[in-house]
Ligand binder design. Structure first.
Ligand SMILES: [Zn+2]
Length: 163
């Protein structure tokens, strides 16, 4: 912080920003959440994370592995691979847990799955029912239960994938 202030002072003839400009630039800048906000996010998403941890525990008990990336636990192999093959996915997010077929799948899909982590932090305990409801809504409108699901479209938009 102090370093930033020093850098600003050294900048020559820096024009003074108006109050409005200052507020706008503040809004545009991504704000790193503080520890209390992070704790609230983890707590709010905990019911969904718990479901993920059950699958994660099964994964570890069946020869799978776990890694920690960007605030989420990523499980792959073992049960996660079996489940992925059974359902037909490469990676799936349950709160702060991401299940992946294998490590390369997790690597490739990390941005997308992290967008789902942010959704789980917003939707909290209703994330899973809301996701399933969105699938049913998409299907009832003649769309695809996965591709046209609002949560999938939102995740694709969030990480710049074409919709
Ligand atoms: Zn997705």
């Amino acid at each position: 912080m102090g370093r930033d202030r020093d850098r600003q002072h050294k900048r020559p003839h820096r024009p003074r920003a108006s109050r409005v400009e200052h507020a706008q630039s503040r809004l545009a800048r991504p704000v790193a959440p503080g520890p209390l906000t992070r704790l609230a996010c983890y707590t709010w998403a905990a019911p969904t994370t718990l479901v993920g941890l059950v699958a994660g525990t099964l994964t570890l008990g069946t020869g799978g592995r776990v890694q920690h990336r960007r605030g989420a636990l990523e499980f792959h192999g073992g049960f996660a691979r079996w489940f992925a093959n059974r359902i037909g996915f490469d990676a799936m997010t349950l709160g702060h847990v991401i299940l992946g077929r294998d490590a390369p799948s997790l690597e490739e899909l990390r941005d997308h799955e992290q967008a789902h982590v942010r959704q789980a932090e917003r939707w909290g305990p209703v994330f899973i029912p809301a996701y399933l409801a969105a699938s049913m809504l998409a299907w009832s409108r003649g769309g695809h239960y996965y591709r046209d699901n609002w949560f999938e479209r939102d995740a694709r938009r969030a990480c710049g994938e074409l919709d």
